[in-house]
Design a protein around this ligand. Structure first.
Ligand code: TRP
Length: 477
């Protein structure tokens, strides 16, 4: 029966709030807490943040609404839903390719995501052991990794990267939990996980941010994030900000279409899309306000790059009171955020496999998860034994990228923008106008505004990202 989409048809969120929590859970992830502060730090803060916010408002939000509209109308996986909307609009069902690209993107993102989430689990374990050790010896306010020299703390990351069995164990744990939750289904797996994990996430986020605000250099972090220096806003940086906005809102990767398929017909979608965008952007900014006061107080470099939270922040946790506890909570928080995202990534692929091969949910989750696990293992190996492999050596932009970075680069600069572009053209120009009006529930001026953004601004802006992402030479700098 799964082949007819019947299971997707029946499954559904228990309420509008359940959907919002699950979708916010999908959006809020490593992208907000690891990638956003990393990019903001590397690119000088303020101007990047401002441009990022513009991208969210003018491109991200209209696309979020479009994807949920496609899912709710189609009530299938991403490719199946696009095909249904195309069919009901009397245009070619080949448009399903845009859902297909999204599913491939979700597959690739989860392969790399699981490895980084594995580092998070490792650090949560290290800090947790530290905290509980100190607690039982009567010192709950111990700093993290006390007695370790700064070089040793930084070196932990190198030894983790060199430790194949440890990386694989963490990867296995993370994918195992993800597969288990998705196999349990929309209601008792995905929705349940989101209703526990997301509130816990928000409590942790507020606690740690408050701690940083009182003990760290909060004012400096605020001015770093909100004082724009427009001379730093070069086209490549705008390009990165756009890509980050798509990634962070889980756009173009089949997730919102898939989750949209489980939304009831009664739910009004524009406010929901707005809430997802607001929560995602809010968390990215609060994550910046959580991390940078600590970074500045410890005299660390905000532009440290991808290792900022793994190599630099533990130094700060080492230097501050109650650092073991805060460090432990910090990594638990990231773990929760990553897990609700990985669930959505796997669900996007699983829903497709269920329809395409008429598999049961268990089987689809296991096979899809297993395939992603295998590619993820290659990414883990690309940190060590396979570190010299260059899959894209023929491609100047990625010539130096190892397997994991190549995958990440292709997704970010090609797959996501291409799927976003196709989504905008499909919804803006191809989908039946009455269908779109009915699904969005927008009227008058608001509809005209949304339609202008999706039909004109998105295709134009996204084409620019694609061009500059693929041919940086065009920019001449
Ligand atoms: N938005 C997620 C984050 O910020 C990453 C992501 C991209 C994602 N596409 C997705 C998560 C699809 C779930 C589904 O970390």
């Amino acid at each position: 029966m799964a082949g007819t989409g019947v299971e997707t048809e029946q499954a559904g969120w228990s309420s509008r709030w359940a959907f919002i929590l699950a979708a916010v859970g999908a959006a809020v992830g490593l992208g907000n807490i690891w990638r956003f502060p990393t990019l903001a730090g590397e690119n000088g803060g303020g101007a990047f943040v401002l441009f990022y916010i513009l991208c969210v408002i003018f491109l991200g939000l209209p696309l979020v609404l479009s994807e949920i509209v496609i899912g709710r109308h189609g009530r299938k996986d991403a490719a199946g839903s696009v095909a249904k909307v195309a069919q009901d609009s009397g245009v070619s069902t080949n448009w399903a390719i845009l859902g297909g690209i999204g599913i491939i993107a979700a597959f690739c993102i989860l392969s790399t995501y699981s490895i980084i989430a594995g580092w998070v689990i490792y650090y949560a374990g290290v800090m947790g052991a530290d905290f509980f050790g100190a607690l039982f010896s009567g010192d709950p306010f111990a700093s993290a990794l006390a007695g370790e020299a700064p070089e040793a703390i930084g070196g932990r990351m190198d030894s983790l990267f060199a430790n194949v069995p440890l990386l694989i164990v963490m990867h296995t744990l993370f994918m195992g939990v993800t597969i288990w939750i998705v196999a349990r289904g929309v209601l008792s797996g995905i929705e349940k996980a989101a209703t526990y994990l997301m509130p816990a996430f928000f409590v942790l986020l507020i606690t740690i941010t408050a701690y940083g605000a009182f003990t760290g250099e909060f004012a400096r972090a605020v001015s770093f994030l909100f004082t724009p220096d427009f001379s730093r806003l070069t086209p490549p940086i705008m390009n990165q900000a756009l890509g980050q906005a798509l990634f962070s809102m889980s756009l173009s990767s089949a997730a919102l279409i898939t989750y949209g398929a489980y939304v009831s017909r009664e739910t009004r979608l524009p406010p929901v899309a707005g809430m997802i965008g607001l929560a995602d952007t809010g968390v990215a900014i609060v994550a910046g306000l959580m991390i940078f006061p600590i970074v500045f107080a410890a005299g660390l470099d905000p532009a440290a790059g991808a290792t900022l939270i793994f190599r630099s922040l533990p130094l700060a946790f080492n230097a501050m009171p109650a650092g073991a506890l805060i460090g432990f909570l910090f990594f638990v928080l990231i773990f929760f955020a990553a897990l609700t995202s990985s669930i959505s990534l796997l669900e996007a692929v699983t829903a497709w496999a269920m329809r395409r091969f008429a598999w049961s949910r268990h089987r689809a989750a296991l096979v899809a998860g297993g395939a992603i696990y295998a590619v993820g293992a290659l990414c883990a190996l690309s940190l060590n034994v396979l570190s010299d492999v260059r899959l894209l050596s023929f491609w100047p932009s990625f010539a130096e990228a190892d397997i994991m970075n190549a995958l990440d680069g292709v997704v970010g600069t090609i797959l996501l923008p291409v799927a976003a572009l196709l989504t905008a053209i499909f919804i803006g120009w191809k989908a039946d106008r009455n269908l779109v009006v009915a699904e969005t529930g927008l009227e008058g001026g608001l509809f005209a505004l949304w339609r202008f953004l999706i039909a004109w601004l998105c295709p134009l802006a996204v084409t620019l990202i694609l061009l500059f992402g693929l041919f940086p030479g065009l920019l001449g700098s």
